[in-house]
Design a protein around this ligand. Sequence first.
Ligand SMILES: Cc1cc2nc3c(=O)[nH]c(=O)nc-3n(C[C@H](O)[C@H](O)[C@H](O)COP(=O)(O)OP(=O)(O)OC[C@H]3O[C@@H](n4cnc5c(N)ncnc54)[C@H](O)[C@@H]3O)c2cc1C
Length: 530
Amino acid sequence: MMQLNSQPKLIEPPAGELVEAFAAIVGRDHVAFGPAARTAYSRDLWPRTTLQMEGGEFEYPPLLVVWPGSVEEVRAAVLEAMKQNLPVVPYGAGSGVAGGAAPSQGGVVLDLKRLDQVLYLDEVSHLVTAEAGIVGEIFERELNRRGFTLGHFPSSIYCSSLGGWLAARSAGQLSAKYGKIEDMVKSLQVVLPDGRLLETLTVPRVAGSPDWNQVFVGSEGTLGVITRATLRVWPYPASRRFQAFLFPSISSGLQAFREMLQSDLRPAAMRLYDPVDTFFSGKAKTMEHALPAEEPARRSLEEISHDEGRHREKKDRLGYLPRRLMPFLFQPRLVNLLLDRPKVCKMVLTFEGEPEITALELAQAQRIGAKLLAKDLGEGPARHWWEKRYQVSYAMSVAFDLGLFADTIEVATLWENLENLYQAIRQAIQPHAFVMAHFSHAYPQGCSIYFTFSAGGRTLKQRIERYDRIWEAALNACVETGGTITHHHGVGLLKAKWLKKEQGGAHPILLGLKQTLDPKGLMNPGKLGI
Ligand SMILES: Cc1cc2nc3c(=O)[nH]c(=O)nc-3n(C[C@H](O)[C@H](O)[C@H](O)COP(=O)(O)OP(=O)(O)OC[C@H]3O[C@@H](n4cnc5c(N)ncnc54)[C@H](O)[C@@H]3O)c2cc1C
């Protein structure tokens, strides 16, 4: 239960002059400093803070929340905060899962959501320019309406923003074909900590200096506020095809991924479930309702939203991790042992683009599958995944409702190290939590692994301690095995200490850049280990 009255940090209002100073910039209606706003903006979706909130603890309340309505207002608000020596925390939609948008040193939260316009679609060069606060779903719908797609579909598309994607180096479900957000961005507009406006040139490629776009991509709000971006777009695909396989082992499934990508095949979605995740997601699940054999790529986000509604009731009844399993999560070693017995792994693939090309890609994937002794499951399970692809992430809240916790860890490494990394992290988590994984976001050189873990604890304190132990064990194992600690969720507060280790000699360069751009250290302090 929330106990706001026991939180003196929250109920102590900021000085009236401070509120007035920001109200003069953005208007009185666009400044909030009451307990409700400060509670809501005291965190993002980092599961540790969900647990803390359960105990009525709001560790990071900001002083006030400000909603600028233009780039000029962003500049003025940043300058005002600097003048007052207040930290500034850029805030997209708050869907980050590592504490990146948590105002860990108080100050002003700058919510960008009023900057939500698609400004220009260049149909000749296939580029779109949009404001940073636009929410993913709205952005994609607008592009679809005009015959294009961004190709960026994070599971959080309904509750994350363009600025947040860029600042945290997000990856969408179709990244094998369309790339991560850093592959899409062509230019940026950024408000620097001293109020200057940096605008990079929109050109296909540059030489002669570091790529300044990439300096700000992944900077998690520590170097400035991204206000606008120009990104590559693709024509909306004319066809979409589906294929699923059952592989006899993780090794053979990963070999298939590698052979596909290294023979220049570019499926849109590529997912290989480990044996436990295969067990839970179902080996051969097919669609509940028939779709035409070669469905044209016409299922818009709107139709998916309706499906979400239709399935939500069922999800609420069952939850993603079946409730019957929940009591056993207090015995993670036993559950992991039992569920690891079958070795088969399900793979789902989707292909999209011109019909002639997707037909060829599908045939090539089938050849590789057959060569590696995979059972051909047809298209059913892949279509099933497509239909439900936004549901799984949102079902994790069921675990919290039941007095447990759940979270995900996304790491990456080269093909030759991938199974080592998988085993190392799995073994690190296993004593503490139920764990399963899938492999997705694959490249010719390597692949990411996405672990989901869940566990309980008799008291809230025990749950939080266990949560911390799991992350400690998993990321230590990751660093020791040579993987990156984050493929797309970012660093925030959660992974700061491991980032320093991972970056080695590059970390002082980041600190130097920070010192140059933000000598007072007020832009989103504490993030990226700065
Ligand atoms: C259910 C669920 C599913 C998810 N699935 C995915 C997924 O498939 N792929 C994926 O990549 N991530 C996923 N995430 C994580 C999250 O959605 C991403 O990290 C996303 O990029 C965050 O966007 P946001 O707008 O919510 O950013 P926020 O959480 O508001 O902020 C994230 C970071 O970016 C900074 N920031 C935000 N806006 C700006 C700006 N305009 N300028 C400068 N800095 C800024 C913040 O200070 C913070 O450090 C998921 C999260 C949830 C809850």
